[in-house]
Design a protein around this ligand. Structure first.
Ligand SMILES: NC(=O)c1ccc[n+]([C@@H]2O[C@H](COP(=O)([O-])OP(=O)(O)OC[C@H]3O[C@@H](n4cnc5c(N)ncnc54)[C@H](OP(=O)(O)O)[C@@H]3O)[C@@H](O)[C@H]2O)c1
Length: 283
């Protein structure tokens, strides 16, 4: 496994495994167990995914030493604020069955994120979280958090895939010393990504699949990805990206696919701010 070094010196695997939309506990546990068996050492969950318990079970069942597994979970919007964040963290840790978390992220840039961040800075200082960060923050929101707090985020996890390449956000995060992490590396299969002609031609040239080309492209951009799959063969396929390299001309042609817009929704859309802000009782 190759590692990225976060701005506080903590090492994070460059490729991980995500479990969004795997609410079935047995399926989640089986998938994470398979991922750990294949060699993944970063598991990305969230309180809102409602499968932290299954992730914890799988880690223990795997027999992989705790120190070798990097675990990320996230704070949901309804738990934003200083006191609520502390309580939500405790609940997540209880469900995961862990003493120390590797990375705690603010899931969405809504509600009292400054209160949350103060609580998270304390969790970091107390050694209960090894790193803290954000998700779905546009550069202006990241800057606002940095300007008004002592500790800057170690990570920003944002939608990043061939149709939404986040070139400007990446530049901003690099200049700010914040690691760029991709969620939805395959755009969840939208826009027929697995049948894309350009990506297909590159994949054929390397004897690889489109999924592998995408993950390799992200890796070569220095972006950590966390592909999700519940299928054994795909879990293995998505991990098998360390034995080939995309050429400079291939890296230069993939940007032609960039639409510079989300394939899901804009985090600045008032309707979505309202909808996500009103999602209660899920953590
Ligand atoms: N911070 C956030 O707001 C946020 C938002 C979304 C996601 N995330 C994180 O990012 C992770 C990844 O994103 P995602 O789950 O939304 O989407 P994704 O990884 O882009 O795509 C997952 C989809 O692709 C399919 N798939 C996986 N590997 C494949 C392959 N090799 N060939 C063909 N199809 C394949 C999966 O189906 P099967 O499972 O049937 O294989 C699933 O339908 C999540 O699990 C979560 O941890 C974070």
């Amino acid at each position: 496994m190759q590692y990225a070094v976060l701005n506080n010196g903590v090492e994070m695997p460059l490729l991980g495994f995500g479990v969004f939309q795997v609410p079935d506990q047995a399926e989640c546990q089986r998938s994470v167990l398979e991922a750990l068996r294949v060699g993944y050492r970063l598991i990305d969950t969230a309180a809102a995914y409602q499968n932290e318990q299954a992730v914890g079970h799988a880690i223990r069942e795997s027999g992989v030493p705790r120190s070798e597994v990097f675990v990320t979970t996230k704070l949901w919007v309804e738990d934003a604020g200083y006191e609520k964040t502390k309580r939500a963290f405790d609940r997540s840790m209880q469900r995961l069955g862990l003493d120390v978390l590797d990375l705690y992220l603010i899931h969405q840039p809504y509600g009292d994120v400054h209160g949350s961040w103060r609580a998270m800075q304390e969790l970091l200082r107390e050694g209960r979280a090894r790193a803290i960060g954000v998700s779905n923050f546009h550069p202006d929101r990241v800057m606002d958090l940095m300007v008004h707090n002592e500790i800057k985020p170690a990570v920003n996890q944002i939608e990043t895939h061939p149709f939404h390449q986040q070139v400007e956000a990446q530049q901003f995060l690099r200049e700010s010393g914040i690691l760029h992490q991709s969620w939805g590396p395959f755009a969840e299969g939208k826009r027929d990504i697995f049948k894309n002609e350009l990506l297909g031609s590159i994949a054929t040239r390397h004897g690889k699949t489109i999924a592998q080309v995408i993950l390799r492209w992200l890796l070569q951009r220095g972006i950590v990805s966390i592909p999700k799959s519940v299928r054994k063969e795909r879990i293995a396929e998505n991990f098998d990206i360390f034995d080939f390299e995309l050429r400079a001309d291939e890296m230069l042609i993939i940007p032609s696919l960039d639409t510079k817009t989300s394939s899901f929704f804009d985090h600045r859309d008032p309707k979505m701010v309202k909808r996500l802000g009103e999602m209660k009782g899920i953590t």
